[in-house]
Design a protein around this ligand. Sequence first.
Ligand SMILES: [Fe+2]
Length: 449
Amino acid sequence: MPTAAVPLPAAPTPAGLKDRIAAGLERARRRSLTLTDIVDTPDLTRQHSPIMSPLVWDLAHVGNQEELWLLRDVGGREPLHQEIDDLYDAFKHPRRERPMLPLLSPADTRSYVNTVRERVLDVLETVPLEGRRLLADGSAFGMIVQHEQQHDETMLVTHQLRTGEPVLDAAPPEPAPPDALTLPAEMLIPAGPFEMGTSFEPWALDNERPAHTVDLPAFWLDTVPVTNAAYQRFIAAGGYDEPRWWTPAGWEHRCAVRLDAPQSWARDGGTWVRSRFGRVELVPPAEPVQHVCWYEADAYARWAGKRLPTEAEWEKAARHDPATGRSRRYPWGDEDPTAAHANLGQRHLQPAPAGSYPGGASAYGVRQLIGDVWEWTSSNFSGYPGFASFPYREYSAVFFGPEYKVLRGGSWAADAVTVRGTFRNWDYPIRRQIFAGFRCARDVAPGEG
Ligand SMILES: [Fe+2]
């Protein structure tokens, strides 16, 4: 099967909000179609892993959410195919059930999402972006653009789990800059308050709101994410064999499913290889480790004499500017991400080497907080003080609690529109199919700092 480079998402900056929305919808759709047109019908309808949906389900679900929110709610239009709503409701059908459902065929799915999109563009032209909260700042449209891009990242996870000939390709990231080897291993984040979350970011989701002050003691944070080389040292030191590095639940899980390396890694003689989108290659030592679950990240951190950062620590290191006292939108400032700031948007099909993107460093000098790998934090997913569900409880609130751990920063597969300094992702601590890695933190010892 021929391989195809994934087109670079264009990053136009049109002046008007409606133009920006139309460009965001178009960019997301181009990516969804690339990820689904590139495989044949059996690969679209098959379930590649019990924890993933068939690709054709993701595509129709994206269209169905767009119809529900933008055509029926915002546009007041009649349902196109009300009978399919149930099939594509993520809360009604867990992923393992989805391949057994009477799903739309790939051809009918494409036709459905095209029809929805044509009508949504009509609605966008005529609807005033003010008044109702769903309309202010185009927030319903922003939610749908982000939703589609998030499913595109999920579809990439499915591609990674798919077996068969490779179909995706992209240029590798640039080598790390010369100073990557001489960076301090950790940066000190001094004690003090900072503003966490946001009340103003127009397309921020309910769980990022409201802005509130959090006062933290000083701590050290790794300057870059934990690399494959460092993780290999943990494996070589018997990290997977010693219960003392693991929480009881983590150890139980490690034994039950026999974890002994990141997902998709294998030993080849004396070296480690990995499978990446259907190609087997040497594990690149300088690249941030990915496909580790929270339990593995937590065990590594304990072995290293450290711990995972809380999400408040992560966000302070990423956003707080000690010179002004305010929190930035991104580590580097308030401007939207460019290729000089971060590895985002599936531009490459892997993380960039640790120490890359000096232009994306935070005020404290911490690198790669945005892009490359989602970063596990020690925090459970919960609502901020003053949290209010919007536009409905199922968006975030039903996931609050100790079952889910928070991830921050976005991966190389996340689009810029879905990643901000305030953005919060969450998943079960056993999950490792996602493009997640981590960095470590530690308390300041007496006399240090
Ligand atoms: Fe969804």
